[in-house]
Design a protein around this ligand. Structure first.
Ligand code: EPU
Length: 420
């Protein structure tokens, strides 16, 4: 296993380009299961999560090829393979987004139940409720969900849950409804940019979808969807992670190839925390100076994303004053707080609220990454800390950040990978 070694205390400076969005690429890849022909996806980042979904799609009869230029070319060759096995699905919950397309296209799908994960329980009831509303017969047995329907029928589906809308449940139902008979209305749909991106791809495949990017989606089912080409949107979380690292280290970094429109809530909180932020076309610059405390609440889009909560905590741990972070999407997503305390951060977690008392300095130590965004937060804290920080279990980072070490090195960080 590898670890990341950081000699901290150096401000990050320079420019960095963001990769394509992992969370946009995953449902777009799954949507290729709906197509009659070949699909070409540009901008899918080189990450283990993308490789894992590639393996899931291969196990479901698709041919998945990464061309030298980086494009993914996906074409279904054998529709008889309809089981997504536990060993693949357990490593990435995003595999659940194969359920809707397989059911709609093949009339049958069997996908391992993903189980819980370190950021919380993460149930899939909304996925199943939505597909049932379209007429699917669903059974959960022996750790698998089996869904059947001769042809799905359009329906009115309410997709709100106890924690708001669900991104991948909306994706699943949207994909399934695109091939259903008749009209579907999804109320309380997720309106994340990744859903809008998926809808754009489906429309290019021949789907009829109105309202993408809003809480109400209107889908008129079509008989067939064809192959199409698509470029995924830039990764808003990767972009914001670099901005947080720049601010926390009191540096100045310009992130290129991003979309500031997707980051309104995050940029607002940066400004509240005293970070100088300038957005200019597809570039955003953040400069850290006298950071001050602020309060953050995670919410579905366009609110502050839960996927930026840990990185923001790392930054606020060295801001003047006392900040709070209220986690409303995954109430238990605070595993990073205890690890950050090992670096000298003062963080108290009570229920779904973390209270962060800013300290003057952090000091390097060995810490353990628990999930993808927690890992990124520990790297940021390590960049701030004086002396050496070893971040262990970094396979989490390889799931969601393309060449993080290379990109941070180019910004002047003293950071490397080593065998642990
Ligand atoms: N929820 C339910 N029932 C469901 C589905 C979700 O109660 O059937 C709850 C969840 O437990 C959570 C809330 O609804 O409390 C929102 O979860 P959501 O379904 O939106 O999450 P997701 O679609 O499974 C995606 C991202 C996550 C990101 C969340 C929230 C992908 C592949 N994953 O997950 O990304 O945190 O949306 O924005 O798109 C990450 O990239 O690090 C990551 C975890």
């Amino acid at each position: 296993m590898q670890k990341i070694v950081i000699e901290g205390g150096k401000p990050l400076r320079g420019e960095v380009s963001v990769s394509g969005s992992k969370n946009a690429a995953l449902p777009v890849m799954a949507a290729c299961l709906l197509a009659e022909g070949e699909c070409r996806i540009s901008g899918a980042p080189r990450l283990t999560d993308i490789d894992t979904l590639g393996k899931v799609l291969t196990s479901l009869g698709a041919k998945v090829l990464r061309e030298d230029g980086g494009d993914l070319v996906i074409a279904v060759e054998d529709e008889s393979k309809s089981t997504a096995e536990y060993d693949l699905v357990r490593t990435m919950r995003g595999s659940i987004c194969a359920l809707g397309p397989m059911l709609a296209k093949r009339g049958y799908a069997k996908v391992s139940l993903p189980g819980g994960c370190v950021i919380g329980a993460r149930p899939i009831d909304l996925h199943l409720k939505g597909l049932q509303a379209l007429g699917a017969e669903i059974a959960c047995e022996h750790g698998y969900v089996t869904a059947k329907a001769k042809r799905l029928r359009g329906a009115r589906v309410y997709m709100g849950g106890s924690f708001g809308s669900s991104v991948l449940a909306t994706a699943n139902v949207l994909m399934a409804a695109s091939l259903a008979e008749g009209q579907t209305v999804i109320e309380h749909a997720a309106c994340e940019p990744e859903i809008e991106d998926l809808a754009r791809f489906l429309i290019d495949m021949g789907a009829s979808i109105e309202g993408a990017g809003s809480h109400r989606l209107l889908i008129r089912g079509v008989r067939r969807l064809d192959g199409a080409a698509h470029r995924v949107i830039p990764d808003r979380i990767e972009a914001a992670t670099f901005l947080a690292a720049a601010a926390a280290t009191r540096g100045k970094v310009t992130v290129r190839g991003t979309d500031a429109g997707h980051l309104a809530a995050v940029l607002d909180r940066f400004q509240e925390a005293g970070v100088k932020v300038a957005a200019n076309g597809k570039a955003i610059t953040a400069e850290g100076g006298d950071l001050c405390a602020t309060d953050v609440t995670t919410l579905p889009y366009p609110g502050f994303p839960t996927d930026m909560q840990a990185q923001f905590m790392a930054m606020l741990s060295v801001a003047r004053g006392t900040s709070t972070i209220t986690e409303k999407i995954y109430p238990e997503r605070f595993m990073h707080a205890a690890e950050m305390s090992r670096l000298g951060a003062k963080i108290n977690v009570r229920g779904n609220v973390a209270v962060i008392e800013g300290v003057e300095r952090l000091t390097g130590a060995t810490v353990m990454a628990s999930d993808l965004r927690a890992s990124a937060a520990l790297v940021i804290a390590g960049l701030v800390a004086e002396g050496r920080t070893d971040v262990r279990r970094i396979y989490h980072l390889d799931r969601g950040y393309e060449d993080l070490v290379g990109k941070l090195s180019a910004l002047g960080a003293n950071i490397r990978r080593e065998e642990d």
